[in-house]
Design a protein around this ligand. Structure first.
Ligand SMILES: [Zn+2]
Length: 328
């Protein structure tokens, strides 16, 4: 069997960069050569260089709604607009008391029903409820003169015990089409399970399919992978960076949610530096590792050679902080 895990053993001399006619690059940044392993300050510098946004994007939460889930825990889904792209990025929030500043801000001339319709209410909605800013147990939201929500720890989540945060990038194939080429679906499920148990948490769900290159380009990369390239090589052959994602939208969304001190659920050292932002607007106080279910003891996760190769590439080529399991 071909060893998917070791790029050195495969001869790529017969494979070329894909013609620009096939892959017109829409990604603004130029491809950055991927080093084998970077951590800490080096990773931060590299990530800052790649991100060309001089300041955090402006994000506004348009609406929030409670979603009962099949796991048992309710989530509050927040939908955002921003001034950088025209995609609707999301925050999947565990905990009723994690409040978006932009959503809860009082807007001129809006009624209490308007606020409930946008999702800017405390507690739970029920038929006949008329007031958004006070629940039926007497908990009341307070506002500054300019309409900003006052941060009151009785009604708003305190970051004394930082919430667990996961930054997740949209993956149509892994989440919807049952793909075993990656572990995105499994990771999303696992993040939800962990946060549901903790009672507080937030999955920032960014619409940057295929590490930011889009679904069409991702499918071409899959064909190159079937021709022998690994995930990093495939992107480079398509003239895309190994990873074209921008995480400053996630930073801005976390700041909006008041989640400035967080525990980050990730194995990716670049993500810690990227999510904290240029001015460290968000601080990662702890990294919580994400262990693939297939690797954990008695794990029930998917075990296919495709996913083993994908995870090995993450570790060997992108400096992810995971120990490979010892197979018996
Ligand atoms: Zn995926």
């Amino acid at each position: 069997m071909r060893n998917n895990n070791s790029s050195e053993s495969i001869d790529f001399s017969h494979m070329h960069l894909v013609s620009p006619l096939i892959t017109p690059s829409r990604v603004p940044s130029t491809p950055v050569p991927v080093t084998l392993s970077t951590t800490g300050e080096e990773a931060r510098k590299r990530e800052m260089q790649r991100q060309h946004l001089p300041e955090l994007p402006q994000v506004t939460c348009l609406a929030r709604a409670r979603i009962p889930t099949t796991h048992g825990a309710d989530i509050f889904l927040h939908i955002y607009e921003n001034n950088v792209d025209n995609k609707e990025h999301l925050a999947i929030v565990f905990g009723e008391d994690i409040r978006s500043r932009s959503l809860f801000k009082h807007r001129p001339h809006e009624s209490q029903q308007d606020r409930m319709t946008r999702g800017a209410y405390i507690g739970r909605l029920f038929p006949g409820r008329t007031v958004a800013d006070e629940d039926n147990e007497g908990n009341k939201l307070e506002f500054e003169e300019n309409g900003d929500l006052k941060i009151d720890y009785k009604t708003t989540y305190s970051t004394a015990d930082p919430a667990i945060v996961r930054i997740h990038s949209e993956c149509y194939t892994g989440e919807t089409a049952w793909s075993a080429r990656c572990d995105c679906g499994e990771q999303l499920d696992e993040a939800g399970r962990i946060m549901g148990e903790a009672g507080h948490g937030c999955i920032v769900y960014l619409r940057q399919e295929g590490r930011g290159i889009g679904l069409g380009e991702k499918l071409k990369a899959y064909n190159l992978q079937d021709l022998g390239a690994d995930t990093v090589q495939a992107n480079l052959m398509l003239r895309h960076p190994a990873d074209a994602r921008l995480f400053s939208l996630a930073t801005a969304i976390l700041v909006d949610l008041g989640l400035e001190d967080i525990k980050l659920l990730t194995n990716n050292p670049d993500k810690i530096a990227a999510v904290e932002g240029r001015e460290r607007q968000v601080r990662v106080t702890e990294r919580v590792p994400m262990v693939p279910l297939g690797w954990s003891k008695g794990g029930k996760g998917i075990k296919l050679k495709e996913i083993e190769g994908y995870l090995s590439t993450k570790i060997e080529r992108m400096g992810h902080l995971l120990e490979k399991p010892i197979h018996t």
